[in-house]
Design a protein around this ligand. Structure first.
Ligand code: NDP
Length: 282
C-alpha cells in the first residue's frame, strides 16, 4: 500500500532528503515549504511520488489550504514529519524579543499548528505516525544557542505528552534528534552569530564559538542519515520514542545524563574552546 506522508520544510536539507528517501521507499510524499519553486525542482527526483505543497507553518490559513490540497488529491495522511525549522543564534541576553518569537513561531507553534490540523484525520482513521524533528540541542544546550535550544527542548516535552495522549488512538509519535548535519542550516547559524562577534559583552566568546561551529558543519554527515531514521520511525511496528542521527551522538547524550553539569560544562568548554574565556567568581 502506498501510504501518504506530509513532510514540512522539504525545500532544503533534511526535509528535502527525507522527501526523496520516502518517495524511493514507496511513500506518496507531500513535500511542503514556502519556496514552491524549490519543491517543483524536487518533484523530478521523486519518481512521480512527490507532490509539492505551498505551506508556511506559521500561517493558519496556509496550513488549511495545504491540507485541503492534500485531501483534494484523494490522500489520507498516514504520516506527518514536522521538520520545518529555523535557528536563531546569539546570546540569550542580546537576541531581540522579536527574534525569540520568530524562533518559537516556527519551531514550536508552527509544529503544534500543523499537528493539530492533521490529528482529527489520524484519530478518525485510528492510525498514523507523527515524527518531530528535534535536535541534540533539545537535550544539550550550547552557549549562544539558547533561543534555538529552548525551542527544541519544547519539542521534546510536547512530543512526550503527545505520544502518551495519542497511544490509545493508534497514533504513534517519535522524535528524531539530528546532531550536526551538513545542510544550509549551518550557514544560517553562522550568519546569525556574525551579528554578535564584533561588539558587545560576548564578542570574544562568540568569535571562539563561531570558529568551532564553522569547523563542525562542513565535516558533518549529510542529511540522508536523518532521512533513514525518519523512515524507521514511520515503518517500525513499534517505533522508538527517540532516534538519534547519526547514532554516534548517543555518546554525548549519555555523558550529559551520567555526569554532573560541572563536569559536562568543563568537557564541552574544552571541545569548543570556550575554556579560554572562563573566569571564576571574584
Ligand atoms: P534547512 O535550512 O536546510 O531547511 C529548513 C527548512 O525549513 C526549509 O525547507 C525551509 O523552507 C523550512 N521552513 C523554515 N521556516 C518555515 C516556515 N515558516 N514554514 C514552512 N517551512 C519553513 O535546515 P535543515 O534541513 O538542516 O533543518 C531541518 C530541521 O532539522 C530543522 O527543524 C532543524 O532544527 C533540524 N536540525 C538540523 C540540524 C543541522 O545540523 N542541520 C541539527 C539538528 C536539528 P522554506 O524557507 O522554503 O519555507
Amino acid at each position: 500500500m502506498h501510504q501518504s506522508v506530509l513532510v514540512t520544510g522539504a525545500s532544503s536539507g533534511i526535509g528535502e532528503a527525507t522527501a526523496v528517501h520516502l518517495a524511493h521507499k514507496g511513500f506518496r510524499v507531500f513535500a511542503a515549504a514556502r519556496r514552491i519553486e524549490k519543491l517543483n525542482a524536487l518533484k523530478a527526483l521523486g519518481g512521480g511520488k512527490i507532490t509539492p505543497v505551498a505551506l508556511d507553518v506559521t500561517d493558519d490559513a496556509s496550513i488549511k489550504t495545504a491540507l485541503a490540497e492534500i485531501e483534494n488529491a484523494g490522500a489520507v495522511l498516514y504520516g506527518l514529519v514536522n521538520n520545518a525549522g529555523v535557528s536563531v543564534m546569539g546570546p540569550v541576553e542580546l537576541v531581540s524579543s522579536d527574534e525569540w518569537r520568530r524562533q518559537f513561531e516556527t519551531n514550536v507553534f508552527g509544529l503544534v499548528a500543523v499537528t493539530r490540523a492533521v490529528l482529527p484525520q489520524m484519530r478518525g482513521a485510528g492510525r498514523g505516525r507523527i515524527v518531530n524533528i528535534g535536535s541534540i540541542a533539545g537535550r544539550i544546550a550550547a552557549p549562544f544557542q539558547g533561543v534555538y535550544a529552548s525551542s527544541k527542548h519544547a519539542v521534546e516535552g510536547l512530543s512526550d505528552s503527545l505520544r502518551r495522549e495519542l497511544a490509545p488512538h493508534g497514533v504513534k509519535v517519535s522524535v528524531v534528534r539530528p546532531g550536526f548535519i551538513n545542510t544550509p542550516f549551518g550557514h544560517q547559524e553562522q550568519e546569525a552569530l556574525e551579528r554578535f562577534e564584533n561588539e558587545g559583552p560576548y564578542a570574544d566568546q562568540v568569535k571562539t564559538f563561531k570558529a568551532w561551529h564553522a569547523r563542525g558543519h562542513p565535516s558533518a554527515p549529510g542529511p540522508s542519515v536523518v532521512a533513514e531514521a525518519v523512515h524507521n520511525a514511520l515503518t517500525a511496528q513499534r517505533p522508538h520514542s527517540r532516534y538519534t542521527a547519526p547514532p554516534k551522538m548517543l555518546g554525548a547524550l549519555a555523558m550529559r545524563n551520567l555526569f554532573p553539569s560541572a563536569v559536562t560544562d568543563r568537557i564541552f568548554e574544552r571541545v569548543n574552546g570556550l575554556n579560554a574565556h572562563r573566569k571564576e567568581e571574584n
